[in-house]
Design a protein around this ligand. Structure first.
Ligand code: NDP
Length: 329
């Protein structure tokens, strides 16, 4: 089986030298175990901060060891009655082509007529993040004007669609004209290509003359600064992530207008999707209905083969993806 190991801790933007593809021979199956051939794996921005050796909500990746992350696979050998050959499962042992498990880390894919990889996208952690951020971390009102950064990405594209379903006005920020067209097709009201505008605050003011009530924070830095400038009183900011800083080795000075949190009486609430896992059933029911009614679209960008997994991961920081970045193994 092929695995990707982290062999050195990156400084700044990671490079291929930080990773190594390693071939290993898996041991014989023991009673109770299954052999899984992975078919899809997820690459995610949070994996970059996990490469730093420091305490956080999740253990740092170990050096010279296989990394992990969301994946989907099929049982190809089984000594466990719960997971017969042919079972499709999700688990967290990505970054490898095959995996032996005693079943305790496996969840069977629901038997529904949806492509498997949706369980790493709209029907998985990505969708849950968007849904929880908008409906559990804050309470969305249909009168809200919502600004979404990294809006064409995995989480962002779902946030845009849910906010539109809730009746909100949605303003999206993206990094290319092609992405702008994509989010327009998803129904957003206005799009800003942050790479071509001269002044993000002015662009946001033009797109939202009445100001914004919710900023779904995926990017940080200049986007947070612009959002704070244009935020209405009592605005809410669910802080999902701040990808613009993930490759900075030292903390950068923040926006200089944080005082608006005080003067505009804003609520800023960070959240981590893990804390919402107990709400998966409610989420799956809702998202499943939206998908089957055609109200939510699952956008994806697919790289092929374990040998392209690092390229897919690095691509997240270069804006190479529209929708969820996935690797087909
Ligand atoms: P995306 O699919 O959105 O991929 C990342 C995107 O971010 C890129 O496509 C790129 O698009 C944009 N981007 C990259 N660098 C920058 C930059 N310097 N400035 C502005 N935009 C940038 O990834 P996800 O949807 O998986 O993640 C989005 C955010 O949500 C991240 O901050 C992530 O950490 C966070 N997250 C948080 C979770 C939680 O539990 N709190 C769970 C999952 C994700 P573009 O071309 O537009 O620049």
């Amino acid at each position: 089986s092929q695995q990707i190991h982290l062999v050195s801790r990156p400084t700044g933007m990671p490079t291929h030298n930080n990773f190594k593809q390693v071939e290993i021979t898996l041991p014989e199956l023991q009673d109770g175990e299954v052999l899984i051939k992975n078919t899809w794996m997820s690459v995610d921005p949070y994996m970059r901060p996990r490469m730093i050796d420091r305490e956080s909500y999740i253990e740092p990746f170990k050096l010279n060891d296989v990394m992990d992350g969301g994946a989907i696979g099929e049982v190809i050998e089984s000594r466990n009655n719960q997971f017969p050959v042919g079972s499709k499962v999700t688990h967290l042992s990505g970054w490898r082509t095959a995996h032996i498990s005693d079943g305790s880390d496996l969840t069977l894919l629901p038997d529904v007529p949806l492509p498997d990889q949706l369980f790493l996208n709209t029907m998985g952690m990505t969708g849950l993040t968007a849904w929880a951020g908008l409906t559990k971390v804050i309470t969305l009102k249909e009168t809200d004007t919502v600004f979404v950064s990294a809006a064409s990405g995995a989480v962002g594209s779902v946030v845009c669609q849910i906010a539109k379903l809730k009746g909100c006005k949605v303003i999206a920020s993206v990094g290319s004209d092609e992405k702008a067209r994509m989010v327009k097709d998803l129904g957003v009201d206005a799009v800003i290509n942050y790479k071509t505008v001269e002044n993000l605050t002015q662009a946001l003011q033009q797109a939202a003359p009445q100001g914004i009530d919710v900023y779904f924070e995926n990017v940080g830095g200049d986007h947070l600064e612009a959002a704070l400038n244009v935020m209405n009183d009592y605005g809410r900011i669910p802080v999902c992530g701040m990808i613009s800083g993930y490759n900075n080795d030292t903390a950068q000075p923040g926006p200089n207008n944080l005082f608006f949190i005080n003067s505009k009486k804003l609520t800023v609430q960070g959240f981590i999707v893990i804390d919402y896992f107990d709400q998966f059933p409610e989420f799956i029911e809702q998202m499943g209905a939206w998908l089957s009614e055609g109200k939510v679209k699952s956008e994806e960008t697919v790289y092929e083969g374990i040998e392209n997994a690092v390229n897919a991961f690095l691509g997240l920081f270069e804006g190479k993806n529209k929708g969820k970045m996935l690797v087909k193994l």
